[in-house]
Design a binder for this molecule. Structure first.
Ligand code: NAI
Length: 313
């Protein structure tokens, strides 16, 4: 047997750690030697109410097993207080797992501002506030590890989840930029789109499927990504659940390059629409800079065939 990945003397903050995936992370990191801040507001999966019990139960379980943990009951919208709990109790923070989440599923036709605002507040503002407060410490100590939590609903869209999809895809852009800004300071940030049995998925998936989606099976990937031995995998998106782990990335079609002059008409695009969709020679962009090269190339090409536009009359 090889050596265990250990987290001795490190402090790990897990948001939404009172149940589901967050609880699985908290128990794991405590069992591998970390001090754990178990944050949970303790409300319903729709974000109603609050209860200290959710976090307390997990802290007690960790302590009973001989581990070190402290509870925090703040909403992630007040992430600075959660990070302060880590500093006050353990003197440092090494790992932040932004995991807390709620759902307010409703078709777009019926969505209310309150459904939109609360989902975005918990997921986007929550992840931001926790990361922002941790960032100061990470930079100072030239060490930090962040996991943000996206969702297939954000990556691909999902009926009845416009609010949640928007908030979840935001985690991707947020993570990609944190990774770029953190690189110089040994701060690594990755984003996962997990799938696991929890109260969130209990009503949307059949029991036999859920039996194969234990939250514990998302944990090993997260452990690999936030361990000090991971010095390069950053800014990446991973799908993970039920034993499946796969990286996702952006793919750009070879695309169409038109001369930007008066021949650059809707008809010129329609004539060569296949090229816009041609993925036979794909590119995998990782930053905005390469678009500039493309635009420079477009200056060099000849005039376009303006084609014929579709008539709508
Ligand atoms: P869960 O409902 O069991 O856990 C979420 C936890 O976050 C709860 O314990 C809840 O009390 C806590 N929480 C909610 N709002 C909070 C707030 N404002 N401040 C602090 N804590 C708060 O759900 P699950 O499935 O464990 O979800 C964990 C994360 O994974 C969420 O971000 C969710 O959106 C995401 N996710 C889960 C999937 C799944 O298949 N279970 C699929 C895709 C994403």
């Amino acid at each position: 047997m090889g050596q265990e990945l250990r987290f001795d003397s490190q402090t790990v903050v897990v948001t939404g750690a009172g149940g589901g995936l967050g609880k699985a992370y908290a128990l794991f990191f405590a069992s591998r030697g970390a001090n754990v801040v178990v944050n949970d507001l303790g409300g319903s999966f729709k974000g109603e109410g609050a209860d200290t019990k959710a976090a307390d139960v997990v802290v007690n379980e960790i302590k009973a097993a001989g581990g070190k943990a402290v509870a925090n009951y703040d909403s992630v919208e007040n992430g600075d207080k959660i990070i302060q709990t880590a500093i006050d109790n353990f003197g440092r923070i090494d790992v932040l797992i932004n995991n807390a989440g709620i759902l307010r599923d409703v078709s777009f036709k019926n969505i209310k501002d309150s459904d939109w605002d609360l989902v975005n507040a918990v997921h986007i503002k929550g992840a931001y506030k926790c990361a922002r407060a941790a960032w100061t410490h990470f930079r100072k100590q030239k060490y930090g590890r962040v996991i943000n939590t996206a969702s297939a609903a954000g990556l691909f869209g999902s009926f009845g989840q416009t609010n949640y999809s928007a908030a979840k895809l935001a985690q991707v852009g947020f993570t990609e930029t944190l990774a770029k800004e953190g690189a110089k300071y040994n701060i690594i940030a990755n984003v996962i789109a997990p799938i696991a049995a929890s109260r969130m998925t209990a009503t949307v998936m059949p029991p036999d499927v859920l039996n194969n989606l234990k939250p514990e099976w998302v944990v090993p990937l997260v452990a690999v990504l936030v361990h000090p031995s991971n010095t390069h995998e950053s800014g990446s998106i991973f799908e993970v659940g039920g034993g499946h782990i796969a990286k996702l990335r952006w793919e750009r079609a070879k695309g169409l390059l038109l001369k930007a002059d008066e021949t650059y008409t809707p008809g010129a695009i329609l004539k060569r629409w296949d090229e816009v969709n041609d993925f036979s020679e794909p590119e995998y962009p990782t930053g905005p800079a390469d678009m500039v090269t493309k635009l420079e190339e477009s200056l060099k090409i000849g005039r376009n065939d303006p084609g014929e536009e579709i008539r709508f009359d």
